[in-house]
Design a protein around this ligand. Structure first.
Ligand code: ATP
Ligand code: MG
Length: 419
């Protein structure tokens, strides 16, 4: 029989990796809390229509990469490919838009896209995402950008580059669209088939095409920043001032347009060159039209999505993964037949007192137990044999420095020493 393997592009996160994941998750949660963002958890799947309308069906994410299936009642469902649309639906459905503003939400969830698996790109992946609703000010943009920046700094990363751009609003977009169509029409025969189709439907998407020919042509395309209306221009200038004032460096990068349709105005990415071709760790921007486009009230919003596996790669590349100690506090090694039960009870009592304790459940020799205790990273080892039980005393070995001390053979006395 053939072996069953995990589906292509998925990840097993093993116990040996989990401390690093939890370390990052803790940093994420602390940063979110300091910034006043509350956690939200959405369904893993939604009606497909939400993503078609919210994210846009001319995007790669929805048009090509979604895991879509028909439910038994005939409705079309999709595994969430991103978080913003689901949060927006939830904000509408639960009336969160009627509460205190700004509404600041974050999620730490898994998402699904049928992409070509490669370094930094999997079919199930994890994102830390933020969504700030109810403010259209550049200060709101700055706050979410500064939040991401502070997380990178908290983790010690130094090689992260912030890139910002503005892609204009419904007022200035039509002009820009016209300029783009004019420009790309000159190269129409060279564009990929998808972009030929996109050219009239959504020319901005051509700027985001990953095909080398299209992206080569896109390099010299008209820049959004040259087509901004007065409002968008002053918004962008203010954002730059705020970042300057907070001492956060950035590059204005007109090539950033983001892969999803809902963006308006500010867009940004944080990139790390060392992690290779998939260098964007975090991408975000403003999406003032999203809520109303899926049936909610007009409510401005800004946020980002940050890829956890890319963040992990960046930490590894900068040698910033801390040493984790996952060993138990104390290993109790029974010696001889009579010691098994007292050792078992002792370990159980210690666990109830909040001390991580282990004892032998495999019937091993003392030598084999010592080997196991060492492998398991026990901080202390206590050998319990007939003599120890009789004298109600045992020798506690500190596995880090070899120190030995006598302790009374009670959970309280041991707990006192190993805490
Ligand atoms: P890319 O241009 O790399 O495909 P994207 O524009 O599709 O990114 P977003 O939808 O904005 O990405 O998602 C935000 C972040 O989530 C990305 O910057 C990246 O760090 C991470 N991410 C996106 N897709 C994947 C994936 N398939 N595997 C791992 N991480 C991903
Ligand atoms: Mg993508």
């Amino acid at each position: 029989m053939s072996k069953i393997q995990k589906p292509k592009g998925t990840l097993d996160i093993l116990p040996s990796d989990i401390s690093l994941w939890q370390y990052i998750e803790n940093a994420v949660r602390e940063t979110a809390k300091i910034n006043g963002f509350s956690e939200i958890r959405m369904p893993t799947f939604e009606y497909t229509e939400l993503f078609c309308r919210g994210v846009g069906d001319t995007t790669d994410v929805v048009g090509k990469e979604m895991y879509t299936f028909t439910d038994k009642d005939g409705s079309s469902l999709s595994l969430r490919p991103e978080g913003t649309a689901g949060v927006a639906r939830s904000v509408i459905e639960n009336g969160l838009y009627a509460g205190a503003m700004p509404l600041k939400l974050f999620y730490l969830s898994n998402f699904f896209r049928r992409e070509k698996p490669q370094a930094g790109r999997s079919r199930e992946f994890w994102q830390f995402g933020t969504e700030l609703y109810g403010s259209s000010s550049p200060e709101a943009d700055a706050q979410v950008i500064l939040l991401a920046d502070s997380l990178f700094k908290k983790l010690g990363l130094t090689k992260v580059t912030l890139r910002i751009n503005s892609i204009g609003c419904p007022d200035c977009r039509p002009n820009y669209r016209k300029a783009l169509i004019e420009y790309f029409s000159g190269y129409e025969s060279q564009l990929c088939d998808t972009c030929k189709e996109r050219l009239l439907k959504n020319p901005l998407r051509v700027l985001d095409c990953k095909s080398p020919i299209c992206s080569g042509i896109a390099k010299d395309a008209p820049k959004t920043l040259e087509h901004l209306c007065e409002g968008c221009e002053s918004h962008f200038e203010k954002l730059k001032k705020l970042l300057d004032a907070c001492g956060v460096e950035y590059v204005v990068d007109p090539s950033i347009v983001r892969g999803l349709d809902y963006y308006t105005g500010t867009v940004f990415e944080f990139t790390v060159d060392s992690i290779g071709a998939q260098s964007t760790v975090c991408g975000g921007g403003r999406y003032d039209g999203l809520l109303s486009s899926i049936g909610g009230p007009e409510l401005p919003a800004v946020g980002f999505g940050m890829g956890i596996t890319r963040l992990i790669q960046a930490l590894k590349d900068e040698n910033l993964v801390p040493e984790f100690n996952n060993g138990c506090d104390v290993y109790i090694a029974p010696l001889g037949e009579n010691a098994g039960l007292p050792a078992f009870i002792l370990a159980q009592k210690l666990k109830q007192m909040g001390i991580s304790a282990e004892t032998d459940i495999c019937g091993r020799s003392l030598k084999a137990q010592m080997k196991y205790a060492d492998k398991a990273g026990a901080s202390y080892v206590l050998v319990v044999g007939d003599d120890e039980i009789q004298q109600n005393q045992a020798e506690l070995r500190n596995m880090n420095n070899g120190e030995r001390t006598q302790v009374e053979l009670t959970a309280e006395a041991i707990a006192e020493k190993v805490k």
